[in-house]
Ligand binder design. Sequence first.
Ligand code: UD1
Length: 423
Amino acid sequence: MDSILVTGNGPLNGEIPIAGAKNACLTLMPATLLSEEPLTLTNAPRLSDIRTMTTLLQSLGAEVTGMQEGQVLAMSSHNIPHQRAEYDIVRKMRASILVLGPLLARFGYAEVSLPGGCAIGARPVDLHLKAMEALGAEMDLRDGYVHAKAPAGGLRGGVIEFPFVSVGATENALLAAVLAKGTTVIKNAAREPEIVDLAQCLQKMGAQIEGEGTSTITIQGVDRLGGATHRVVTDRIELGTYMLAPAFCGGEVTCLGGKIDLLAAFCEKLDAAGISVEETEKGLKVARKNGRISAVDVTTEPFPGFPTDLQAQMMALLCTAEGTSVLEEKIFENRFMHAPELMRMGAQIDVSGGTATVTGVEKLRGAPVMATDLRASVSLILAGLAAEGETRVSRVYHLDRGYEHVVRKLRNVGATIERIKGE
Ligand code: UD1
């Protein structure tokens, strides 16, 4: 297994290009199943999760071709011979459940294995299933699979009211409702930019959707959808991650394509910690203001709140802040697995339930550490950049799920980082 070797670094300076959003791409790709006509995505990130979704769609009979090194994904689902998403593929990635809505909507039937995914809490799919039921589907859980059947004549519009916000369940509901007969109202919908991106792509395909980006989305079902070409929105999590690089090391880095709108709550916390963020024509220019950064308290929330997917990276930063920071994780249980690894580097962190209290130390020290999930792995790399000596991060296959060319991007702004093959 590969590992990444990072050496404590001086200031970072330059530009980092930000890719298209993994999480948007993973919900846009299943939209191909809704139409016989081609769907083309541009600005797709080159990541192992995208390859997993490609394999899943191909296993159903879709044609998926990557062009320009995979940045353009040309998809066609004119012939989908069966509607069964197998365990062997689905277990690799939780977002596989997003084929459920479109298969059910277009074919009236779907069998999808229950997913696995990142080890961050229980992460059930009950809300996805309830949403399908609200559209008239009968759901049966057998042999580790969800067997979903639409009523004769297909799904029909209904009211889907989520008890709490779920990004994936909102996406699945949207993907199903666009072809359901009549009107669907999704209440307590997720408002993430990835939902807006999905709605905009579906609109280009001919869907009638209103209210995306708010907590009530109304969909008027149509009989069929056509093809479209759509550019995947900027990855706000990759953006936030690289914005932290100069916060850790000093210097000034512009994250190309970044917009404050994508990360307003995060930018506010950076400001409070002593990091300046300026929106320019090119993107977001980030620099550390004078001296040591200050402690800040962070609570993760659905969009527009502070994203859970930036919690690990922010915790790593606060390990060397002046004062004590309290981080509350409200989205996922068991999402502090990076804390013991950071403690191996000298961090002082006390975890109790969903709360982590971080007492800032002057400096972290390099150490061998282990990536436990996607965002945890990048937080350890960032911590390593600001630590004394060498940090070796093992199990970096997690990283490949969500960050393309991480070594190249950080090297280009002056970081000492390399990927070590094998072992
Ligand atoms: C998506 C993102 C992930 C991000 C998360 C929250 C993708 C591919 N992944 O994950 O990176 O961290 O949003 O911003 O887009 N829940 C249930 N039942 C369900 C569905 C969810 O109890 O049926 C719970 C989850 O366990 C979690 C909470 O709801 O505690 C929110 O999860 P959700 O928003 O659904 O996350 P994902 O869509 O899986």
